[in-house]
Design a protein. Structure first.
Lengths: 291, 420
């Protein structure tokens, strides 16, 4: 049956209209946040009952940004979060991909049972293990430049190391690796490549989409960390951005400064996502994984 | 040889001169006010003054965001990482003392004899903490509103009765000038409900828990007085006097000032901003619902951690910080109530004839501390849920009975929280 060009155009228009409306629902909070960050509190609160809330109108200034920097060491918090997140993501990609490589390609006793256990950890909420983990890390040893220490509290390592390996990232890599052509691996082995060479010369170069997906998912988890740093970090010098948000909630909340702070801490997330956007979408399309 | 003697003399003299500084023992202190520029400035000044005023102790501070402070302390207590001096919210103090986070203050209570009752944290007959300010709640109104609606201005000696209060709300509603007669700040379902609204229950003759034993809420939270309170509370929302639990969060900051409400039940931390915006604002005492007019009391206080190896040093600091000049500085800075009459006279807002002097009198005359029990932290949450449910239309008797069951079960599962 021939397609009526008019109907096709109409359908396309309706489809895009619906998609645009859905996109607006997701964009509006961001638009509200950014616009509100430039408004004084009185105007911000008054505008919430009208469409002006989404428009950069009225008394616009950078005062809330100056106020946010006065109220909290914003740069330090962002730096801490970026550092903790960046190092964790890199270590996670390395450790989890190695673990997944072992699960996917190597044959060893108990492999399937262990993989089942790793996947089963996905159903355990972090809150249930937070206290035992706290007790553990508060007593672990660490050798630094100035000798042996006991207890990891108030450090970057306590925010990084417990989060490096996780079931979801390993599972993502395992699923992706299983989809790679087995002939390629076998051919490499026949050609005399070691397993290590297969890992970094063959498998990893083919794993761009899953690396991007795992990196973005891990980035979001780490950048949004709240409970863990709250209980293991008492010193301001190690606090991340989400704990820093609490600086803005006083008895009289400075909403404009809250919005300015949120805008500032959203920037690294957007930059990271935009950098990996293509690979992330490719991975979702190929694996069906949703973030 | 002569040079060697000279050098030895210099070294010995330097060592002796430096000795006091080297001998200073470091005390750590945690505070809930991260992000509060004014509080931080005043507290840092107190610490600096203390550190230079003597040679035994040096205090260092670590500030935490208020919203997560209690969780940070609980986690640190588990990990054995508490500081020497702890900042503690008054109603939470019994829980921390019971849980072993705090030790009794090694200071004679008579040192704080003239402090407002709400600023002293007493548990099991011992003083555990002292506050540098108190907070109070009042009914904010405009004098022009009272005059326009033909209402009597209530006083501490003669507050509004329940009938007068409801008549005032009726008059405001009937005037058609306001979206709602009363702003209660219903969106804030943290500890605001138990702090701000349990005094209404107490004024009806009920309470969150039976204070004679602290072992049950039976009769206190579901007795006749509590049932009457619950029905009245529900009528505020079914009668359209106040917005319910989905109230706009901005209302407590802008609702009364903007004329959306005729009356507002709010704390003195909003008083300065309201005075700046509303020329004829008046701060009225709580209505008397039959068993006397009440408001909540108790704010943040300083105590000594149970793990501190230097409680005498921590106590020295707390005594130092409790000087009138610092109490007045905090009051002027953040607008809260100074704990002593002498400090009040040194402030711009609370001295005789000062614009907020009414709050000092309110706190002195009406204040009732929240239930002094470790179980309060749970009871406050249960009470909040019950009041929110009733406001949303739940059956009053069933809801209060369920709240009593939950509170009693918690008391039982914690072995009575140490009440004898």
């Amino acid at each position: 049956m021939a397609v009526n060009p008019d109907n096709y155009g109409l359908r396309l228009f309706v489809r895009y209209l619906v998609l645009c409306l859905i996109a607006l629902i997701f964009i509006f909070p961001l638009v509200f946040m950014i616009n509100s960050s430039f408004k004084p509190d009185s105007q911000l609160l008054a505008d919430t009952s009208s469409l002006r809330a989404f428009l950069p109108v009225g008394d616009i200034s950078l005062n809330n940004y100056f106020g946010a920097f006065r109220r909290a060491p914003v740069g330090l918090f962002v730096l801490n979060s970026v550092l903790v997140t960046g190092v964790t993501v890199l270590l996670s990609l390395l450790i989890c991909s190695l673990a997944a490589f072992s699960f996917a390609f190597l044959r060893w006793k108990g492999r399937d049972v262990l993989l089942s256990i790793v996947i089963a950890t996905l159903i355990i909420p972090f809150e249930t293990i937070a206290i035992p983990l706290l007790l553990l890390v508060s007593k672990l040893p660490w050798i630094g430049l100035d000798g042996l220490h006991w207890g990891w509290l108030n450090s970057y390592r306590v925010q990084i190391i417990p989060w490096v390996a996780d079931g979801l990232t390993i599972f993502l890599f395992v699923q992706y690796f299983k989809g790679l052509p087995g002939e390629l691996i076998e051919a490499s082995r026949v050609e005399g490549a070691s397993w290590w060479q297969v890992y970094y010369r063959l498998v990893m170069p083919l794993s761009g989409p899953v690396l991007a997906t795992a990196a973005i998912l891990k980035f979001l988890v780490m950048y949004n960390q709240y409970l863990w740093p709250l209980i293991v970090v008492q010193q301001e010098s190690y606090r991340p951005v989400m704990v820093g948000l609490g600086y803005f909630f006083q008895l009289n909340v400075a909403w404009g400064e809250v919005m300015a702070y949120l805008t500032l801490i959203t920037v690294p997330v957007l930059v990271f996502y935009l950098l990996l956007q293509r690979a992330f979408i490719a991975s979702i399309a190929s694996t069906g994984v949703k973030g | 040889m002569k040079l060697t003697r000279h050098l030895t003399g210099v070294v010995i003299a330097s060592t002796c001169l430096c000795a006091p500084a080297l001998a200073q023992t470091k005390l750590t202190m945690w505070y809930h006010g991260a992000g509060n520029e004014v509080e931080s400035r005043i507290l840092n000044q107190i610490i600096s003054d203390f550190n230079t005023s003597q040679s035994d102790w040096t205090v260092t501070i670590e500030s935490f965001p208020e919203k997560s402070y209690n969780d940070s302390v609980a986690a640190a207590a588990l990990a054995g990482n508490l500081p020497d001096i702890l900042d503690v919210d008054g109603p939470v103090m019994p829980n921390w003392a019971w849980a072993g986070y705090l030790q009794p203050l090694p200071i004679d209570e008579s040192e704080f004899a003239d402090f407002l009752p709400g600023t002293k944290g007493v548990w099991d007959g011992k003083l555990y903490s002292v506050g540098l300010w108190d907070a109070a709640v009042a009914l904010f109104a405009r004098q022009s509103t009272l005059d326009g609606l033909g209402l009597r201005t209530p006083t501490l000696d003669k507050p509004w009765s329940r009938e007068e209060f409801m008549a005032a709300l009726d008059a405001a509603k009937a005037s058609g000038k306001y979206e709602f007669a009363l702003d209660l700040g219903m969106n804030d379902q943290a500890e605001w409900y138990s702090y701000a609204f349990s005094p209404f229950l107490q004024s009806f003759g009920g309470d969150i828990v039976d204070r004679s034993t602290y072992k049950t809420a039976e009769g206190a939270l579901n007795g006749e007085a509590a049932q009457a309170f619950g029905k009245w509370w529900q009528s505020l929302f079914t009668g359209g006097y106040a917005p319910g639990t989905s109230e706009d969060p901005a209302d407590q900051q802008t609702g009364f000032i903007g004329g959306k409400f005729a009356f507002q039940w709010n704390g003195n931390w909003r008083a300065v901003a309201t005075m700046e915006a509303v020329d004829d604002v008046v701060f009225l005492p709580a209505p008397d619902f039959g068993a006397g007019n009440k408001i909540g009391a108790g704010s943040w206080q300083f105590g000594v951690s149970a793990k501190s190896k230097h409680p005498e040093g921590a106590a020295e600091f707390i005594k130092f910080a409790a000087q009138d000049k610092y109490l007045a500085a905090f009051s002027d800075g953040i607008g809260l109530i100074p704990p002593t009459p002498s400090a009040a006279q040194m402030t711009k807002n609370y001295k005789d004839g000062g614009p907020l002097a009414a709050f000092f009198d309110l706190s002195k005359a009406q204040a009732l501390v929240r239930p002094v029990t470790p179980g309060y932290v749970v009871q406050a949450k249960v009470f909040t849920k019950a009041l929110a449910d009733i406001a949303n239309g739940a059956d009053v008797a069933d809801t209060l009975d369920a709240a009593v069951d939950e509170i009693d079960a918690d008391i039982e599962s914690n072995g009575g929280y140490g009440h004898r």
